[in-house]
Design a protein around this ligand. Structure first.
Ligand code: PLP
Length: 499
């Protein structure tokens, strides 16, 4: 493809993308192709001769779009959102144009420096304490990772390394130190709420440490499933009594199932008694709400913790992938992850003048992701981001009100939080089992219809439906329609049940 062909193809592609977004609600939100559909439609081998863009683009419409689940549709109410916006797409375009591996500052100084600047902007915007800024005396700072899971495995490794260094600090004999570290590594245990995302368990699997999920009961003061400090303290004491060494905890702002918030302020007090315990805040989805001052009280105590992640690619208008990880002391990442073979040496790094983000992450190479975050922040401004969050929450609250107004059909399971409503279906059949079965039947029949896409969860033995309104294009009319569909399906299932 030469420059002229690229110009024509790119214009055609942009036109197609705009048309796609303009008409996105016309699509069935969940793809209903059969597994293996694409193999039937594509040749088994690479074409011998190159093909014109027109033919390739035609296949986007005919063969790819039928297999797309339309996450950008306002009828997509499932999981958590993956926001996309035009400035985010432009960031991806330029990032692709400049393609570079960016592991060291020298690989593209702008890529590293923009990332540091943009993450400092975000740090201030979401009111993280100044210790998380790149200029902090503690040596903090932010880095963009591909996903929250990647951020979490990175900090689990740093936490493991920090704990082992601290515990073995007094041993001077190298052989003895090695024996001690080897023996202690097997005793390290991460303790997390059973509501924390599975990425922490996966991180511990990769890091080779133990992982224990702590059962969380419904907190009667707020009716949600946040981790209380007293529960964590008991688990820490029990693990220690068993001879294990607690080294890591994920606390969550906005759990995946019900958007519960752990009790940060009280947990910060517990942290004081466990100096080797690395506490990470997983705010993958709900952290976006911190752009609005009305949510800032939720992170009281966060200055006592060690790291924090929020996915701009979930609810902050930035295209996947853009998971922002902040640490209070970057030296722990460097201690755990920095290896410098001769081919990576350069005078700027050697003199300590620059940041080399390869030492803050698992992979070596990295994309120029800061561009899209920068474009989004500049295009919307802080006020535009606040407006987006408040709109999603207002629309979500409208949905919650509708559910609450039909106690004959539904029971609210947890209070509305960050645009999420979680509810169950009321039943004539007795007991939890009956309610779970009927709620599942309603959930499945709504999704089988395909006009809206929703997800479900199981918390404390309860099967519940989750509706998330985090899409930048969402309006009350979309959730009004979703509600009507859910009511109709519920009535249908209940009628079927009665016979
Ligand atoms: N943490 C929480 C609270 C989540 O809800 C999710 C995914 O929804 C994750 C972590 C994992 O996110 P990622 O896909 O960026 O790894």
């Amino acid at each position: 493809m030469d420059a002229n062909q690229f110009r024509a193809a790119a214009h055609a592609a942009i036109d197609q993308v705009i048309d796609y977004y303009e008409n996105i609600s016309d699509h069935r939100v969940v793809s209903n192709v059969a597994p293996g559909y694409l193999r039937q439609l594509l040749p088994t081998e690479i074409p011998e001769n190159g093909e014109p863009w027109d033919d390739i683009q035609k296949d986007i419409t005919e063969k790819i779009i039928p297999g797309i689940t339309h996450w950008q549709s306002p009828n997509f109410l499932a999981f958590f959102p993956a926001n996309s916006t035009y400035p985010g797409i432009l960031g991806e375009l330029y990032s692709a144009a400049f393609t570079s591996a960016n592991f060291n500052w020298l690989c593209s100084p702008a890529a590293t420096e923009l990332e540091t600047i943009v993450l400092d902007w975000l740090c201030q915007l979401i009111s993280l304490p100044p210790a998380y800024l790149s200029s902090s005396p503690s040596g903090g700072g932010g880095v963009i990772q591909g996903s929250a899971s990647e951020a979490i495995v990175t900090v689990v490794v740093a936490a493991r390394d920090r704990a082992l260094r601290a515990l073995s600090a007094g041993i001077t004999d190298e052989a003895e130190k090695e024996r001690f570290v080897d023996a202690t590594r097997g005793k390290l245990v991460a303790l997390c709420s059973d509501q924390s995302h599975s990425s922490t368990q996966k991180g511990c699997l990769i890091a080779g440490t133990k992982y224990r999920a702590v059962k969380v009961q419904r907190d009667l003061s707020n009716q949600n499933f946040g981790l209380k400090a007293s529960t964590l303290r008991l688990a820490l004491e029990a693990a220690t009594a068993e001879g294990l060494v607690p080294f890591y905890t994920t606390v969550t702002l906005g759990t995946t199932s019900t958007c519960a918030v752990d009790d940060f302020a009280e947990i910060a007090q517990v942290a004081k008694d466990y100096p080797n315990l690395w506490i990470h805040v997983d705010a993958a989805y709900a952290g976006a709400a911190l752009v609005c001052p009305e949510y800032k009280h939720l992170i009281a105590g966060v200055e006592a913790f060690d790291s924090f992640n929020v996915n701009m690619h979930k609810w902050l208008l930035t295209n996947f992938d853009c998971s922002c990880l902040f640490v209070k002391e970057r030296k722990h990442l460097l201690n755990a992850l920095s290896i410098t073979p001769s081919y990576l040496r350069n005078e700027f790094s050697e003199k300590g003048l620059v940041t080399d983000y390869r030492d803050w992450q698992i992979p070596l190479g990295r994309r120029f992701r800061a561009l899209k975050a920068w474009f989004v922040m500049r295009t919307y401004g802080a006020e535009g981001l606040r407006k987006h969050i408040r709109n999603c929450v207002a629309v979500g609250t409208g949905f919650y009100e509708r559910v609450k107004a039909r106690p004959d059909l539904f029971t609210i399971f947890t209070p509305p939080a960050f645009g999420l409503t979680v509810f169950t279906v009321n039943v004539e059949r007795q007991g939890l089992k009956g309610r779970n079965e009927v709620t599942k039947e309603v959930y499945e029949s709504v999704n089988a219809d395909g006009e809206v896409f929703i997800t479900s969860t199981v918390v404390d033995g309860n099967y519940a439906i989750r509706i998330v309104s985090g899409n930048p294009r969402i309006e009350d009319k979309h959730l009004a329609r979703a509600f009507d569909i859910i009511v109709a399906k519920t009535e249908e299932v209940k009628k079927r049940d009665a016979h």
